[in-house]
Write a protein that binds this ligand. Structure first.
Ligand SMILES: [Zn+2]
Length: 314
């Protein structure tokens, strides 16, 4: 028998969740930008607010937020930029390099983040930053951006892997990028290579323990099913397995209860992780856009180092 008070609690929780979700809804708009290379003024999509609920197996953040954050491509000269990401000198270096090798003409119709990664490479940015920008290009090539293309997806994934392979074992985020590489291999259907990657990760006893085992177990399961979809990182909660023998009403309420717990947990995380704009590497900080609003951007990697990329994700 279902108790009436239980139902009341349920209704209250749903209202709570709806309110919290609305407070943290993502805000997008069009703002005016001036191309730092040619001076052209144009409107471009901008994100003003949002929050991260969690991360996928490739550490792609998800939640009420546009991921990757919108960046801007000049309709006149094609230069891709975001507020203060490049210094004046760097823009001049990129301009010179583009005269000799115009990446926009050579490889047209690529995601904006792909060009940003190439530009970052011209001015010798950190390898981890460049990898993160290529990874963002993989995310940009997705249905929610209205431009998913299977051939392009595999091309972008392979480029990202190529750059991950350049990382040194001594790099602080080396291990985390091995997990990202594993997910990219699976998502592009390179299952044999993915299993090889798992072997490699398992050999690293220092890293392969606790929660990492859970991630690898999930990947093995997905690889066995030849699943190429995106998946969130496994939950840390212990899933109740004994549900099967219970009455269907109990199972149903347990199911609803678990969803509500999960949503409340996410809402709590949102309170803690409500994203604030922070200046990207090499930039001097955010300036207001033409509309006077402050743009939100999470396109730089979460602060890497000492395994914090994954720790931040949890
Ligand atoms: Zn321009």
């Amino acid at each position: 028998m279902i108790e009436y008070t239980y139902m009341k609690k349920l209704v209250f929780f749903i209202f709570f969740v709806v309110i919290v979700t609305n407070i943290f809804a993502s805000t997008l708009g069009d703002d005016e930008y001036t191309c730092p290379l040619c001076g052209m003024k144009f409107k471009s999509r901008t994100s003003y607010s949002g929050y991260i609920e969690g991360r996928n197996l490739d550490l792609r953040p998800y939640g009420a937020i546009m991921i990757p954050s919108p960046i801007h491509k000049c309709p006149n000269c094609n230069f891709v930029f975001n507020n203060n990401f490049f210094t004046g000198n760097e823009i001049m270096t990129i301009e010179e390099a583009l005269k000799k090798n115009n990446i926009f003409e050579k490889e047209s119709d690529m995601p904006k983040y792909y060009y940003l990664a190439r530009e970052a490479e011209i001015v010798n940015r950190n390898l981890t930053d460049i990898i993160w920008l290529f990874l963002s290009a993989v995310w940009e090539n997705s249905p929610e951006w209205g431009n998913e293309d299977e051939t392009k997806k595999n091309k972008l994934i392979n480029i990202t892997i190529e750059y991950i392979n350049k990382l040194n074992k001594t790099d602080e985020s080396y291990n985390e990028y091995q997990l990202i590489k594993l997910d990219l291999l699976r998502r592009s259907g390179q299952f044999i290579e993915a299993m090889e990657q798992i072997k490699k990760i398992k050999k690293n006893k220092e890293f392969y323990k606790d929660y990492i085992i859970k991630i690898i177990d999930l990947q093995i399961e997905l690889i066995k099913m030849k699943n190429q979809e995106e998946h969130p990182l496994p939950s840390k909660e212990i899933i109740e397995q004994s549900n099967v023998k219970k009455h269907w009403i109990l199972r149903f309420f347990n199911f609803i209860k678990n969803i509500i717990i999960k949503i409340i947990e996410n809402a709590k995380t949102a309170f803690n992780k409500a994203v604030t704009a922070s200046p990207p590497n090499g930039g001097s900080g955010y300036t207001k856009t033409q509309s006077g609003l402050r743009p939100l951007c999470v396109f730089v990697p979460p602060h890497l180092g000492q395994g914090s990329l994954l720790r931040n994700a949890l």
